[in-house]
Design a protein around this ligand. Structure first.
Ligand code: NAD
Length: 416
């Protein structure tokens, strides 16, 4: 069977299997860690503004909690089904372990196109979903965060819904607005962290960020902050995109003006300036040194991996590369910095926010950014040295480190 025919969870478990073989993981632990601990599927009826009703389906999957409370984002997307959420929950387990924050892995979502809903409808849906999963959520049990098509506003509604029965609980979600206990730095942390990891890789391999041509797919929370940070550190961001279109300029796009325009509601394809409008596929396969997929799953696959011109792929999105695509990139010598390392700035920032909420104090943003960079540099160095020692890819190394840590915690607890 083609490796691109795997479901998302099968694909993540394929990556798991490659790393498990390197660390010689025993069969029992293998079975525990390739399945999920708990899966909740809830009906989410939403009363529409015009009096109509839709019934959406929502999920929370808790993959593994050996190292701490479950942690992971909430996604609103038509493709967010149980199998995808399982895959993303599993990735969270390896990510939190790799960067050594005291969390397990979880993910949640609602199978819906949120662009069809008004703000009031989104709020009603979010509250109903939070009520439906609140019996397995808790500040020492499971802490949601934003993901695709959810935001600080979504987290504010979730916090309020939870607080209405449990009392004021800012630590119940991370990625909140600053006015409600959010941490200065958290909103940008995932995208900023992507560039911290790229910089660590550049230092380790003798690459210069100055003038490095970067193409970024997705201009949402992660992609836009990654673009801003890459451009501030001297990279030429030559192409950006959103779900409606893409633009390219070989001498570098004006990212600050693109940010102003898109935050005011413009689509990337509508930006004014000296650039060409291109397709999303041209963004992925066009000339660049570094490609940063920062949108959705399965964007680099068997049918386009041969055409990728970048030397380095930094996986800002979760599971953007299928196993088939990963193999082709590896065979061609393209370095892939895996999602569990590349986008871990988000969960590190969430960890800072959660600890601040519990202790009721706030770091200044400079401290937040410095600690974030420090933890990512440590994780990059550990991953690179594991890869060197075991002659394996960075993905196999990152998974290998994460799996070993989770397996150790599970054994010490007597879980199996
Ligand atoms: P977002 O909803 O803020 O942005 C998603 C972006 O992708 C938007 O610009 C959207 O238009 C674009 N997009 C969607 N479909 C596309 C397509 N087919 N082609 C091109 N662009 C497309 O979401 P986000 O929070 O930035 O998340 C992006 C990725 O990063 C996801 O894989 C998510 O799981 C991962 N991630 C997010 C965080 C976080 O803190 N938000 C943390 C870690 C990982």
């Amino acid at each position: 069977m083609s490796e691109d025919k795997l479901t998302a969870f099968e694909a993540v478990n394929r990556y798991f299997g490659e790393a498990a073989a390197i660390i010689d993981l025993d069969e029992g632990m293998h079975s525990v860690l390739t399945t999920t601990y708990r899966e909740i599927s809830v009906q989410v009826p939403v009363r529409l503004d015009d009096g109509g009703l839709i019934v959406a389906q929502g999920y929370r999957v808790q993959h593994n909690g050996a190292r701490g409370p479950y942690k992971g984002g909430i996604r609103y997307h038509p493709g967010a089904d149980l199998e995808e959420i399982r895959a993303l929950a599993s990735l969270m387990t390896w990510k939190t372990a790799l960067v050594d924050v005291p969390f397990g892995g979880a993910k949640g979502g609602i199978t819906i196109d949120p662009s069809t809903l008004s703000s009031d409808e989104l709020q009603r849906m979010t509250r109903r979903f939070m009520n439906g999963i609140s019996h397995v959520i808790g500040i020492y049990r499971d802490i949601p965060a934003p993901d695709v098509n959810t935001s600080a506003q979504t987290m504010a509604w979730m916090m309020d819904a939870y607080g209405s029965t449990h009392g004021h609980s800012p630590a119940i979600v991370t990625g909140k607005p600053l006015a409600l206990g959010g941490a200065p730095g958290r909103e940008a942390a995932t995208g900023r962290g992507v560039v911290d990891v790229l910089e660590a890789h550049a230092h380790a391999t003798g690459m210069d960020l100055e003038g490095l041509r970067v193409a970024i797919q997705g201009f949402g929370n992660v992609g836009s902050f990654a673009a801003q940070e890459a451009s501030r550190r001297g990279c030429l961001v030559v192409a950006i995109s959103d779900q409606w279109g893409a633009v390219r300029c070989d001498t570098g796009l004006d990212i600050e003006s693109a940010l102003r325009a898109t935050r005011a509601g413009a689509k990337v394809g509508e930006l004014s300036g000296h650039h060409d409008v291109i397709s999303n596929e041209e963004l992925l396969t066009g000339p660049c040194d570094v490609l940063i997929p920062a949108a959705l799953d399965e964007q680099l696959h068997e049918d386009n991996a041969d055409a990728i011109q970048a030397r380095v792929v930094v996986e800002a999105a979760n599971y953007p590369t299928t196993p088939g695509g990963d193999k082709i990139l590896g065979d061609r010598g393209v370095v892939v910095i895996p999602d569990v390392l590349a986008n871990a700035g988000g969960v590190i920032g969430s960890y800072f926010e959660w600890t601040m909420n519990i202790q009721q104090f706030t770091w200044k943003q400079d401290r937040f950014n410095a600690e974030l960079a420090d933890m990512l540099q440590v994780a990059y160095a550990a991953t690179a040295s594991f890869a060197e020692e075991h002659h394996c890819t960075l993905r196999q190394a990152a998974f290998g480190i994460g799996i070993e840590r989770v397996a150790t915690a599970s054994r010490l607890r007597g879980y199996i």
